[in-house]
Design a protein around this ligand. Structure first.
Ligand code: PLP
Length: 412
């Protein structure tokens, strides 16, 4: 009965004023949000407090890898929460060990040990500290990152993010950070042994679904080997099956020294990690820590998700669904509204010929959730277990959206 009362209160408020007004008065305005309050979900469907259904192809920004309301994930959460949630890292817990071993095994000999944290930006902070310590022996402190990169919002991760708009209000950032133009092999000549690490997203998510070419990655790997620089892959958005391989690096022809993970790792539960190769494993007792990191609840949930996502059949299905969506989208490219389709796996970018915000507003009005990336790209990020019915609904909605955008254009 209590719940019903709460819902009715929200409905009454919504009739007289925007439902989000009380939220805006209490929460810092750091996000541009749609005026909607979500209540529950199932798979790629999500319902607001008014009972309206939306198709969620944002998935909490590539977080809800197995969709909303996944029974297997919910079961692990409730069972582990009742058993043991948190003990600190003064002691061992079995889920942490099992998850670490699974992540190492899945790297097929590339990675050797894991540090657990709680988010993407923390994974990057850890990787940056690790690189600085790695370079210490020869006073190599410089960090490199690529243009249009995104690595997170805390000071270290922000410092290696190649997007001035996020950095400007917070300068000075951490020193000795240098930007390299993405995919420019010639420019790699400027790397020398005063660098300790370089950060790369195998596909730049936030920056616009920009692919990093295999030739560039190979050239980068060769440079890093020659100069003893750590090659750090930020797989926060691209890892955990998103590209159709468990690790994103497994869909390239290079092997990184460090991999950062978060987003999809916990299937909606907050957890991050950085995983290091034997050579890069230089952190020792006292070097780094996180109170919540690797707690039995988060690691038990992630272990379940990783087991489900890493199966060959699951990953093959991601690739199959990717081809289906990408082919159909490409067929809709008209050179005006949809210019081209890019990305890999279920990280798909639609390059638009029209303003991204107006496209996304019309999508939202049609109860389809999508997320912009870069200047003129809209990201399509369905859950990795998206069904054929949900994909069908996506294209039904898209047809309506494209039609109303065309009408809008003709009316002008
Ligand atoms: C989202 C993201 C981050 C930051 O993750 P948070 O969990 O928001 O801190 C870092 N790197 C990449 C590539 C991301 O997509």
């Amino acid at each position: 009965m209590e719940n019903v009362k709460v819902d009715e209160t929200i409905k009454e408020t919504a009739a007289s004023e925007p439902a989000s007004d009380p939220f805006k008065a209490a929460v810092m305005p750091t996000y541009g949000r749609f005026d909607v309050i979500f209540d529950h979900g199932k798979g790629a469907m999500i319902w607001d407090t008014q009972g309206e259904a939306y198709l969620d192809f944002v998935s909490g920004v590539a977080v809800n890898a197995l969709g909303h309301g996944n029974i297997e994930i919910a079961k692990v959460i409730s069972e582990q929460a009742a058993k043991l949630m948190h003990i600190s890292n003064l002691y061992w817990n079995e889920p942490q060990l099992k998850l670490a071993k699974t992540l190492i095994d899945l790297s097929e000999g590339v990675l050797q040990d894991v540090f657990f944290c709680n988010s993407g930006t923390e994974a990057l902070e850890g990787a940056i500290k690790l690189a600085r310590k790695y370079g210490k022996k020869r006073d190599a402190v410089k960090l490199a990152h690529l243009s249009h990169s995104f690595h997170g919002r805390t000071m270290g991760a922000l410092s290696v993010t190649g997007q001035e708009k996020y950095q400007a209000p917070f300068k000075p950032l951490i020193p000795e950070v240098y930007e390299f133009p993405a995919n420019d092999i010639e420019a790699l000549k400027a790397l020398d042994s005063s660098y300790c690490g370089i950060l790369v997203e195998p596909i730049q998510g936030e920056g616009g679904v920009n692919s990093i070419s295999d030739d560039y990655l190979k050239a980068l790997r060769a440079k890093c080997d020659e100069l003893d620089i750590l090659l750090i892959f930020d797989e926060v958005q691209t890892g955990i099956g998103r590209l159709g391989t468990f690790y994103a690096f497994q869909s390239t022809s290079v092997k990184p020294d460090v991999v950062c993970l978060a987003k999809g790792l916990g299937c909606g539960f907050p957890i991050g990690a950085f995983v290091a190769s034997k050579k890069a494993s230089v952190l020792v007792a006292g070097d780094h820590g996180s109170t919540f990191g690797g707690n039995p609840l988060a690691t038990a949930v992630a272990l379940k998700g990783v087991e489900l996502i890493s199966s060959a059949a699951f990953l093959a299905n991601v690739q199959e669904k990717s081809e289906k969506i990408t082919q159909k989208l490409s067929a809709l490219a008209d050179g005006h509204i949809i210019k081209s389709v890019k990305g890999k796996g279920l990280l798909i970018g639609i390059e638009l010929g029209i303003d991204c915000k107006s496209f996304n507003t019309v999508a939202f009005e049609n109860k389809l959730l999508l997320i912009p990336a870069g200047e003129n790209v809209i990201r399509v990020l369905p859950p990795l277990n998206v069904t054929d019915e949900e994909i069908g609904l996506f294209f039904e909605k898209l047809a309506v959206i494209l039609e109303s955008l065309k009408e809008e254009k003709n009316a002008k």
